[in-house]
Ligand binder design. Structure first.
Ligand code: MRU
Length: 368
């Protein structure tokens, strides 16, 4: 298979500006892998809906789209009065913040945008508007670099595990890939950096959990990786244990939506089960986390709010007919779970690798 990485990244770019920065152009991830369709977000209700419905999803990508949203909607505020402008920016921020509760990058990006406006409050409103566009762009560009750094650290781990002439088995869960970020992904970045460093797609074999109920692994991660030329498999979530028992999986990389100060990490539902199995079989389990995902104000995983989603996602969403009798309760549909820090081999941030005790490791890297 050909390594057509750049062409692919260009095609599936997650979030970009529409013409004249009057819209946010996103790839509608609910339609993948069968339909590649871009949609133009023009008002805040449409952005809220796109985040809620997972048209744009993945912690860093949610952060970037929220930052773009603040810049674009703030630009439409019709006032020259700075105090009134800041009040309206806050209202937009609070509204967008209500779309999804778990990924801390959403709040991180919204706060950063609001703080930027506040720090420039004495300038004319037209100037603050310009600065907000620049800040949103910075957030997007930084995300590309953050993923690259995470990828380089992850690639060092892959090099240590690689045996000549053999494909290296890697497992991942959900989608912490290019579609979840501005370019390289977090959990997929080590593989993309490997390709940039001369590895061929067949040097690796990535096993993607399908990731019920919304199938991000099957629909998104496998779509990305196979289009990048990497040998890719999809297995049902309940096959992970048997797969690890075969010895094929040498390392696991997952993303995260929020890491607490003690290293407990919230990620897509099913991640903690995977970590428990990995510990049993001695497979190293790494969480890939931009430092913006580490929330030092959240003490432990117990303090992380877990989003509950529509029961229909379990019952009927992917089927021609409901696959659960109508009278049966499917209301327990958490989008995320929390992996205990003692199940995590290491947390890879763009600033460096962290090992337990995590609160100390984070502080040493200047994460506060
Ligand atoms: O509900 P989703 O699809 O937004 O969940 C996404 C994940 O769980 C990702 O692993 C996480 O956001 C990290 S993305 C780099």
């Amino acid at each position: 298979m050909k390594n057509n990485l750049d062409e692919f990244f260009e095609k599936v770019i997650t979030v970009k500006w529409g013409p004249d920065k009057k819209s946010i152009d996103i790839i509608d991830q609910t339609l993948l892998p069968n339909t590649i369709k871009r949609i133009q977000i023009k008002d805040k209700e449409a952005l809220w809906e796109a985040i809620k419905k997972l048209r744009v999803r993945g912690a860093p990508a949610i952060g970037v789209s929220a930052a773009y949203g603040i810049a674009m909607f703030a630009n439409e505020i019709e006032t020259d009065d700075q105090a009134k402008f800041l009040e309206e920016v806050k209202q937009i921020k609070d509204y967008l913040a209500s779309s999804r509760p778990t990924a801390v990058n959403l709040f991180w990006a919204l706060n950063r945008m609001e703080q930027t406006a506040i720090a420039n409050k004495d300038k004319p409103v037209s100037e603050i508007k310009k600065i907000l566009f620049e800040e949103a762009e910075k957030i997007r560009e930084e995300d590309v670099q953050i993923s690259r750094n995470i990828g380089k650290i992850g690639f060092d781990l892959l090099k240590d595990l690689k045996e000549d002439g053999k494909e290296l088995g890697i497992m991942t869960h959900c989608n912490a890939g290019t579609l979840a970020t501005a370019k390289y992904g977090t959990a997929t970045a080590p593989m993309y950096i490997a390709l940039e460093n001369g590895w061929e797609g067949k040097d690796m074999h990535v096993y993607c959990d399908e990731t019920r109920p919304l199938l991000q692994g099957a629909r998104l991660t496998s779509f990305e990786l196979v289009n990048s030329g990497i040998t890719t498999s999809v297995q049902c979530d309940n096959m992970a244990s048997l797969l690890m028992k075969t010895g094929k999986i040498k390392i696991i990389f997952v993303g995260c939506d929020r890491v607490a100060a003690n290293g407990d990490a919230a990620n897509k539902i099913g991640t903690s089960g995977l970590a428990i199995i990995a510990k049993h079989y001695g497979v190293p389990f790494y969480v890939c986390a931009p430092s913006s995902t580490i929330d030092m104000h959240t003490k432990t995983g117990d303090d992380i709010p877990i989003e509950m989603r529509d029961p229909e996602e379990i019952k009927s969403m992917w089927y021609k007919e409901p696959m659960v009798p109508a009278a049966v309760d499917t209301s327990f549909n958490p989008a995320f779970d929390v992996t205990d820090h003692n199940l995590i081999t290491g947390i890879i941030t763009e600033k460096g690798m962290c090992h337990a005790p995590y609160d100390e490791a984070f502080k040493k890297l200047g994460i506060v």
